[in-house]
Design a protein around this ligand. Structure first.
Ligand SMILES: Cc1cc2nc3c(=O)[nH]c(=O)nc-3n(C[C@H](O)[C@H](O)[C@H](O)COP(=O)(O)OP(=O)(O)OC[C@H]3O[C@@H](n4cnc5c(N)ncnc54)[C@H](O)[C@@H]3O)c2cc1C
Ligand code: FES
Ligand code: FES
Length: 478
């Protein structure tokens, strides 16, 4: 029984929509079953195949920004005040647009089941990128799987599109006009910015926690995989993105709002300035549509022992900022996990933000992740390290590891051993022995306990090989 109908206003393709609906209804079900727009396909319903990909246009600081998402994991409540673009909304003409035509010309489609998802993702790339680069355009399809054509024809189609159309600018209004002029988008896109501004004036802030609230939903990329059928029958609270800045810095102290997504981290100028390799750390996190939705708070509270953001933040010795109606408090992230999926958090407490301090300008950092499959897979084992060196010795170190215990681990004993020592081969080998005592992996689908022990040792070595190439070489370690 639907217990919680909400009034939601948004634009779907060119049409204004206002509907009373359970906010946890998936966008996929709404567009296919209610709007009867069946171009968006249901494949896996787990965020893996990309057949259900749609675009979300939203006002961010008065700019119209589009991002791709898996509609099978997307709650309708998050469409409030947004522009939802399905494959039907990309071309209102009887002839194919240049992206569709390139897929036909280059053999990029066969049965066609995956094709709408690919066309949507690529259009999202054209709308978003500041200049078009083939490898980036191909990577923007990392969440789309084709089972029958093979990806070579699709890659040829991408090449053809970029050969014929180039644009380098970050002015999204200008870009939209140019995409319309070149038939990539229909005319109605011209007015979406103003239409969304008008809708935003009449939106009500409706989604508040009540005693009956059973689920707190942020990006939904964990919850909708596990519980989508229960969510639709429960009272839920949706965390909307803050209008305030998501990532800020004051005197070397960094704050990340809980609702910041992996894409927000990768694209943040503040984060890029301290972690120039941030894109490399997280480009194997799910796929682009998942990264666009997966939040920092969701990753922490999901409490998976192999959560990538959690592993990254543990090595920054981060602090979690929690709040409910009556209380605000902080907990060190390393003390937040009490046991498997058991947290130092009351059910009504929200993660507002996470903070960490960088105490030295010359700090070193590294993140490593190994999965069974390179793309679209969670880690078998992951690990991160933060290091400060003074006079050749380790003045500060924080180490984390995932997949080797029931909780994401802060490696305290290994840290204490390495403190005030030189990062030299013998020390690293002794450190690995201590690390081996600190972990308790189990055998599961991601590998045997023995394999995970070995893997973590290798990732531990990889940190030092990468950060101290002049001092440490691989042959001496093995
Ligand atoms: C295809 C696919 C690939 C994935 N790949 C990866 C990967 O490579 N690496 C990885 O680490 N994860 C991966 N994930 C898991 C998932 O995307 C992440 O854990 C993500 O960060 C969860 O965030 P979310 O906002 O979507 O969480 P949600 O599903 O919205 O919520 C998850 C949990 O957090 C709680 N929650 C959310 N926000 C708050 C808040 N502000 N305060 C309190 N509680 C809150 C919810 O109640 C729920 O219990 C993948 C998932 C999918 C479907
Ligand atoms: S149906 Fe496969 S990703 Fe949504
Ligand atoms: S064309 Fe058949 S799955 Fe891609």
């Amino acid at each position: 029984m639907n217990t919680q109908l909400k009034n939601i206003k948004f634009i779907c393709n060119d049409s204004d929509v206002e509907i009373n609906i359970h906010p946890g209804t998936t966008v996929l079900d709404f567009i296919r079953n209610t709007l009867r727009l069946t171009g968006t396909k249901e494949g896996c319903r787990e965020g893996d195949c990309g057949a259900c990909t749609i675009l979300i246009g939203e006002l961010i600081n008065n700019r119209l920004i589009y991002s791709s998402a898996n509609s099978c994991l997307l709650p309708m409540g998050h469409m409030n005040g947004k522009h939802l673009v399905t494959i039907e909304g990309l071309n209102l003409k009887k002839t194919l647009n240049p992206v569709q035509q390139a897929f036909v010309d280059e053999g990029g489609t066969q049965c066609g089941f995956c094709t709408p998802g690919f066309i949507i993702s690529l259009t999202g790339y054209l709308l978003n990128a500041n200049n078009y680069i083939l490898s980036d355009a191909v990577n923007s399809l990392d969440g789309n799987i084709c089972r029958c054509t093979g990806h070579i024809g699709i890659k040829r189609a991408v090449e053809k599109i970029l050969q014929n159309f180039q644009y380098a600018n970050n002015n999204e209004t200008e870009k939209i006009l140019l995409l319309i002029e070149n038939n990539f988008l229909p005319e109605y896109f011209k007015n979406i910015l103003n239409r969304l501004k008008e809708i935003s004036l009449s939106l009500k802030e409706e989604f508040k926690a009540t005693e009956k609230s059973k689920y707190i939903v942020s990006g939904g990329t964990d919850l909708f995989v596990q519980k989508w059928d229960d969510i639709i029958n429960s009272d839920i609270v949706l965390i909307n993105k803050s209008k305030e800045k998501l990532i800020t810095e004051v005197d070397g102290k960094f704050f990340i709002m809980g609702e910041a997504t992996v894409s927000d981290l990768i694209n943040s100028e503040i984060i890029k300035s301290i972690f120039p390799d941030i894109k490399n750390y997280f480009n194997l996190f799910g796929s682009l549509p998942i990264r666009n939705r997966a939040t920092v708070a969701g990753n922490i509270v999901n409490a998976s022992p192999i959560g990538d953001i959690t592993c990254f933040l543990l090595a920054l010795n981060a602090t979690v900022h929690l709040s409910n109606e009556s209380l605000k408090r902080t907990v060190p992230l390393k003390d937040f996990f009490k046991g498997y999926k058991s947290l130092d958090k009351a059910p009504d407490e929200l993660i507002e933000s996470v903070s960490f301090e960088i105490t030295s300008e010359k700090f070193l950092f590294n993140f490593e992740k190994v999965s069974r499959r390179t793309y679209l897979d969670i880690a078998s084992v992951n690990s991160s390290v933060y290091l400060e060196i003074l006079n050749g010795e380790i003045k500060e170190i924080h180490l984390s590891a995932g997949g080797v215990a029931p909780i994401p681990l802060y490696l305290k004993k290994t840290r204490n051993f390495l403190l005030n020592k030189k990062p030299e081969v013998d020390i690293i080998i002794d450190g690995a022995a201590i690390l081996n005592e600190e972990i308790s992996p189990i055998s599961d689908a991601r590998g045997s306990a023995e394999y995970k022990r070995l893997l973590l040792r290798q990732l531990f070595y990889a940190h030092f090989l990468k950060l101290f190439p002049e001092i440490i070489n691989a042959e001496e370690l093995l």
